[in-house]
Design a protein around this ligand. Sequence first.
Ligand code: SF4
Length: 325
Amino acid sequence: MSLLTVENLSVINSSSGRSISILKNISFSLNSGETLAVIGETGSGKSMLCRSIIGLLPPCFSCSGNICYTSSDNTKTSIISAEESDLLNIRGKEIGVVFQEAVASLNPVIRCGKQITDVLYVKSKIDKNKAAKQARKLLETVGLSEPERIFHAYPHQLSGGMAQRVALALAIAGEPQLLIADEPSSSLDSISKKYYLNLLNRLKQENNLTLILVTHDVDEALSFADNILVLYAGNISEYGKTGEIQKAPAHPYTKALLNIAHALKENDLPTPIPGEISSLTNPPSGCRFHPRCPKAQDICRLKEPSSIDISDYHSVRCFFPADTM
Ligand code: SF4
């Protein structure tokens, strides 16, 4: 069953007086229980995609297209046109979010335990004592070995790894169906990162969660996700089943990302992608990847490629995808 369907989502930032396209014609769907990894370099629009899904875009940003979310009682909500009161019911209870900067996403002046207790009290409508007991249990569930100490601690008294786990406890406190994890492990060291991702996977299985994992770590995406969506400068470059993309990446950008991930895994020196990600304020004409693409031809500089279906579950936005070269 499709839990989330995104159709032709475009996001415009008008804060500077100009209309800057942040995301353009993004379409994908996510079935219940699946994991979707969203990958791409910094500035590709990954976080704005997450914010659009929970209806939390900054002021002066506007959305078009459709984001349809199916709640646990089968009610369908169009996130873009929903009232804020409906979105408040969806955030936390239906869709949980863990942001990259856990400490920043926690309230600095409220003890961690109280923050989780309050979510349980409001979202699950249980009495405060029961909620506090459940909050302590959640701190244990996310692998915190001193739940009582953490319960009474303020966010600034925690290490980065601990804060990230408290943020995760907070995100799952409302028993959401969908968890969005926006680069949750990017600030952690490699051991804490591995631990955190295993924890995420365990919680996903135990709670039957559907997961959107935003990451710039391609290896992480390949190990955890059923489907992968590759974003480049606000456009989808490639989207499909992880196995298909891993075996036969069709877009030159995906191919470059996979080569870098492979080299890093083998402790080799990766070949960097030349140049920098295209500016969203002044994007190049045609295919936004063309200034960095080794396969670029004249048409790539003139026209934007449309999405082509390679199989039922694999599409690419490129005039010359790999299997037809
Ligand atoms: S459309 Fe052209 S420039 Fe863009 S990725 Fe494909 S080959 Fe490269």
